[in-house]
Design a binder for this molecule. Structure first.
Ligand SMILES: Cc1cc2nc3c(=O)[nH]c(=O)nc-3n(C[C@H](O)[C@H](O)[C@H](O)COP(=O)(O)OP(=O)(O)OC[C@H]3O[C@@H](n4cnc5c(N)ncnc54)[C@H](O)[C@@H]3O)c2cc1C
Length: 378
């Protein structure tokens, strides 16, 4: 497998790296502390084409490549996991349209998103997380409209999105084959925000409880045929999970970078703690785990871009391995800083909290193991 990136991909990564160093990194601690969504960073990303990365040129974007999306997410997450979700969820929310939309839908719905209109993805419900097909939200057809009724939980950016992909039951007797996907445009099909969650990490990224009370959606905003929604949801997760792996990778790399700098500066017993083999071996193990995860993440992203037949398995492996790795590496980074690692003045404390969510969302790591073993045993 060749992991050499194209000139264009490297140029996009360098642009993002510069933006992150200048504008995102200095804001990261404050975003976490205030738990306020960083609209300034969203604007910065929109103005510099970062939010156009998930879309091919034909639909107003600049790439559409999963490898490029992962490079962007990784770079941003090195400094600020919250800000990396601005790109990650733009990809998550637009994948259903790019995968299942008609040519007309893609040309109509994608260009505003590529220019920075925020989109989101509403699958989870209060009673159905891992078992997403057990959803209760319904969509009933009346002539040229559907009427949506129900609740969606934990919807990242669901309060600020202008475009929302919602999965709802159109045939209650058909199980997972009775679910259909819809694109809601906020002005035309407004939804309600009941609550924003208070979270352990990614605190500047709003996580919303949404209600749909007789929300009307035109038939032309249905994605695919009736009954294909759950298939679309799973295809989206195959494509978005490498992005969560990239987020985990970035968080871990940011924590390692900080721990290395700290270990060289901090003196105990008359020498830098980096002179102790106990610290050196921790750093070596952290770097090795990160490198292994990086290969798996970009392998999975390459499989998205080439529509490889084993994408489902490798995407789940990348998300599983990278997120477990990020939890271990950020915990070790806190350990290397000793007592200071536990203090909010130092970024590794935030990074450890941010890492945790990567083991949970877009399918918990137990569910990734279910997915992988199912592929192995079928
Ligand atoms: C901050 C945040 C952002 C999110 N963003 C979004 C979003 O934008 N859109 C969206 O649709 N959803 C989103 N989610 C939802 C997320 O994907 C779910 O929380 C996740 O899939 C787990 O579902 P659950 O919380 O209902 O846990 P549950 O499904 O109730 O699981 C509880 C525990 O049981 C385990 N478990 C469940 N089934 C099995 C099994 N078969 N085998 C072994 N163990 C099992 C789980 O691994 C977990 O440990 C978000 C969640 C959070 C916290």
């Amino acid at each position: 497998m060749d992991f050499s990136f194209s000139e264009e991909q490297l140029a996009i990564r360098d642009t993002i790296r510069e933006l992150v160093q200048d504008k995102v990194a200095p804001r990261a601690a404050e975003i976490d502390e205030t738990a306020e969504y960083p609209q300034d960073i969203e604007r910065l990303f929109a103005e510099n084409g970062v939010l156009a990365i998930p879309f091919p040129e034909a639909y107003g974007g600049i790439s559409g490549s999963s490898v490029t999306i992962c490079m962007g997410i990784e770079e941003i997450a090195r400094a600020c996991a919250t800000s990396s979700l601005i790109l990650a969820v733009q990809a998550l929310g637009s994948y259903p349209i790019l995968i299942a939309g008609t040519e007309e839908q893609k040309r109509r719905l994608c260009p505003p998103l590529a220019q920075g209109a925020v989109c989101a993805y509403a699958l989870s419900e209060p009673g159905s997380g891992s078992d997403a097909a057990a959803m209760k939200t319904t969509a009933r057809r009346y002539g040229q409209e559907y009427v949506l009724q129900g609740t969606k939980i934990f919807c990242t950016h669901g309060n600020i999105a202008q475009t929302l992909v919602v999965f709802a039951v159109t045939d209650p007797d058909a199980g997972s084959r009775g679910i259909t996907a819809f694109v809601l445009e906020r002005e035309r099909s407004p939804w309600s925000v009941l609550k924003l969650e208070h979270k352990m990490g990614i605190r500047g990224s709003p996580t919303a409880l949404l209600a749909f009370d007789e929300v009307r959606v035109p038939v032309e905003n249905r994605l695919g045929d009736e009954g294909y929604g759950f298939k679309i949801a799973l295809q989206v997760l195959d494509r978005s999970r490498p992005g969560i792996g990239a987020q985990a990778l970035g968080i871990a790399q940011g924590a390692l970078d900080y721990a290395i700098g700290y270990a060289k500066e901090r003196k105990q017993f008359g020498q830098p703690i980096s002179a102790f083999q106990g610290i050196q071996f921790m750093l070596a193990d952290m770097a090795t785990q990160i490198e292994a995860a990086r290969h798996l993440v970009y392998l999975a992203a390459t499989k998205v871009d080439t529509s490889a037949p084993d994408l489902t398995k490798v995407a789940a492996m990348a998300k599983l391995f990278a997120s477990d790795m990020a939890m271990r590496v950020t915990t070790d980074a806190v350990q290397i800083l000793g007592g200071y690692g536990y203090i909010k003045d130092y970024p590794v404390e935030r990074m450890m909290r941010d890492a945790k969510i990567t083991q949970i969302y877009e399918g918990t790591n137990q569910i990734q193991r279910v997915v992988i073993s199912r592929q192995l045993l079928r």
